[in-house]
Design a protein around this ligand. Structure first.
Ligand code: GDP
Length: 460
C-alpha cells in the first residue's frame, strides 16, 4: 500500500441508487477534484480553504452532470489526508465514468479498506477500533451493530490499557525487588501481588464473557423448515421470503434440493431453508434428499417444525439439540377458537413455543416473523447488555494474557518468599502485557494489517 498515491473509489452501494458517492483521498485529491468540478457561482476547490459542501457540476467528457462536492482538507477528514467526495446521481455508469476520469487525472484505484487503513496509519483510531469498523460493516443485526459501536468507542482498548497500566506497575515492583534483593525493603508482598493479578484476570475474563464474536457475523443465522410432506413447508417458505421460489404442490415429495433465501426480519436478517419432507424414502433420490435435509436441520440455529393443523400432534424427528419452534399451518381450515386450543395443547404437551399460521392466506405470518426475530435476537441476548464486538485476534490476545497471568500467579504462589521466583513472575507479567499490547495496536505486523483491511470492501 503506497501512501504517496492519491486513491479513488465509489463508496456508495453497488447498483442504482438515488445518490452515488465517489471518494478521492491523497495529496492530489483537491487538484484532481478541481479539474473535474465547477461550482455554481464559479467557486474553485483549490481556492476553498475550509471544509464545506459546494454545489455545481462535474464534467465527464462532453457532459456536465449536476453534483455536490464535499471538501475535507487534511487533517480534518476521515483519512486525515485531503479528501474530495463527489455526490451525484447513483447511476453505476456515471459513477464508473467519474472514477475513470479521476484515474486519468492521476489517481489510483483504492484497495479494499484502504481509506480506513490510511485513517488508522495516520493515527485516527486505535487497532481495536479498526476491527470495530470491520464489525460495523459486517453487522447483520441491531445487537451486533451496538456491540461494534462499543468497540469503536474504544471499550476494549480502554480495558486493555487499564490492565496494561496495572501490569506495568506490578512488573516494575517485582523487578525492583530483584534489583534491590540485598536491601531489606519489601516492594510488594506475594499476597498483594496475587490479589492484584487476580483482579486483572477477572476484568479480562469479563471482557471475553461480554464479547460478541464479530468474526462470525458474516454468517447469517440459519432457520430450517422441517416437517412431514405436504404440511405446507414450501408454501410457507415462499410466504416468508415474499416470492415464489419453492414449488408448492399437493403431491408429496416435490421438494428435493435444499432451497435457501435471505429473509428480512425486524432488526436482523436470516437465511431460510426449505428441505425435503420427513417420510419413508421410496427412492434413492428421496433418501439423498432426506440426508441433506437432516444435515441442514443439524446445522440450523433454529428449526421451524411445520405441522398441519389436521395432524398437529405428529412430532418430526429433528436434531434434539437445535432450538425449535412449532408452526401449526393451514389454520384457515379450522375456526379461530379451534386453532387457539390446538396451539395451547401443543405448547403444554411439548413445552415449545407455537405459532399458528396459514401459508395460504398469510394470516399469522407477521406474528411468526416477529417470533423468529425475537428468538434469533435472544441468541446473543445473554451478552447483549454492554457487549463489545470481538474479533478472533482479540479473543486470542485476551486468552494469551489470561493464561500468562495464571502462570504468574502459580509461580508467585509457589514461592516461599517474595523473591525466590520473581524473575519468572516478571517474565509472565511481561508476556501478559505484550498480549494486551496487541489490543491497543502496539505490535501489529504487516500481515495483521493486510488481513484486517482485506475484510473491508473497496470504498471503505
Ligand atoms: P410441503 O410438501 O410441506 O412443502 O407442502 P406444500 O407447500 O407443497 O403444500 C402442500 C399442499 O398444501 C399444497 O396443495 C398447498 O396449496 C397446501 N397448503 C399449504 N399451505 C396451506 C395453508 O395454509 N392452508 C391450506 N388450506 N392449504 C395449504
Amino acid at each position: 500500500m503506497n501512501l504517496d498515491d492519491t486513491i479513488v473509489a465509489t463508496c456508495s452501494p453497488p447498483g442504482n441508487g438515488s445518490r452515488g458517492i465517489v471518494r478521492v483521498s491523497g495529496w492530489r485529491a483537491i487538484e484532481i477534484g478541481d479539474g473535474l468540478f465547477r461550482g455554481t457561482s464559479g467557486e474553485r476547490l483549490v481556492e476553498t480553504a475550509t471544509n464545506r459542501r459546494l454545489g455545481g457540476v462535474v464534467r465527464l467528457g462532453r457532459f456536465e452532470v449536476p453534483a455536490a462536492v464535499y471538501l475535507f482538507r487534511r487533517p480534518r477528514s476521515y483519512t486525515r489526508e485531503d479528501v474530495i467526495e463527489f455526490h451525484l446521481l447513483g447511476a453505476p455508469v456515471l459513477l464508473g465514468w467519474l472514477v475513470e476520469s479521476c484515474l486519468a487525472a492521476g489517481a489510483r484505484r483504492a484497495e479494499p479498506g484502504e481509506f480506513t487503513a490510511r485513517a488508522y496509519l495516520a493515527g485516527a483510531f486505535d487497532w481495536s477500533q479498526v476491527h470495530a469498523i470491520a464489525g460495523l460493516i459486517a453487522a447483520r443485526s441491531d445487537n451486533q451493530l451496538r456491540a461494534a459501536e462499543r468497540l469503536l468507542h474504544g471499550a476494549l482498548g480502554d480495558t486493555a490499557r487499564a490492565a496494561r497500566a496495572e501490569l506495568d506497575e506490578l512488573v516494575s515492583l517485582v523487578e525492583a525487588a530483584l534489583d534491590f534483593a540485598e536491601e531489606p525493603i519489601d516492594f510488594i508482598a506475594p499476597d498483594e501481588l496475587r490479589q492484584r493479578l487476580a483482579g486483572v484476570q477477572r476484568r479480562l475474563e469479563a471482557a471475553v464473557a461480554a464479547g460478541l464474536r464479530a468474526d462470525r457475523w458474516t454468517e447469517l443465522p440459519r432457520v430450517v423448515l422441517t416437517g412431514r410432506p405436504n404440511v405446507g413447508k414450501s408454501s410457507l417458505f415462499n410466504r416468508l421470503i415474499a416470492a415464489e421460489r419453492a414449488i408448492a404442490s399437493p403431491w408429496p415429495g416435490t421438494t428435493r434440493d435444499v432451497l435457501s433465501a435471505t429473509v428480512d426480519l425486524p432488526g436482523l436478517e436470516c437465511l431460510l431453508f426449505d428441505v425435503a419432507g420427513e417420510a419413508e424414502p421410496r427412492t434413492e433420490l428421496e433418501s439423498l434428499a432426506q440426508q441433506s435435509a437432516r444435515r441442514a436441520a443439524e446445522q440450523a440455529d433454529l428449526v421451524l417444525e411445520v405441522r398441519d393443523v389436521a395432524d398437529y400432534a405428529v412430532c418430526p424427528a429433528v436434531a434434539a439439540t437445535t432450538p425449535r419452534l412449532v408452526v401449526l399451518n393451514k389454520a384457515d381450515l379450522l375456526s379461530g377458537e379451534a386453532v387457539v386450543r390446538l396451539a395451547g395443547q401443543v405448547r403444554e404437551m411439548e413445552g415449545v413455543p407455537v405459532v399458528a399460521v396459514s401459508a395460504l392466506d398469510g394470516s399469522g405470518c407477521e406474528e411468526l416473523r416477529a417470533e423468529l426475530a425475537r428468538r434469533l435476537n435472544a441468541r446473543d441476548a445473554a451478552v447483549q447488555e454492554g457487549a463489545v464486538a470481538l474479533m478472533a485476534e482479540h479473543c486470542t490476545a485476551l486468552e494469551q494474557a489470561i493464561s500468562a497471568l495464571k502462570a504468574a500467579m502459580t509461580v508467585a504462589g509457589e514461592s516461599g518468599g517474595p523473591l525466590s521466583s520473581a524473575e519468572l513472575v516478571a517474565a509472565e507479567l511481561r508476556a501478559a502485557a505484550r498480549a494486551l499490547g496487541m489490543l491497543v495496536g502496539e505490535q501489529q505486523t504487516e500481515e495483521m494489517l493486510s488481513r484486517i483491511f482485506s475484510r473491508f470492501c473497496i470504498g471503505k
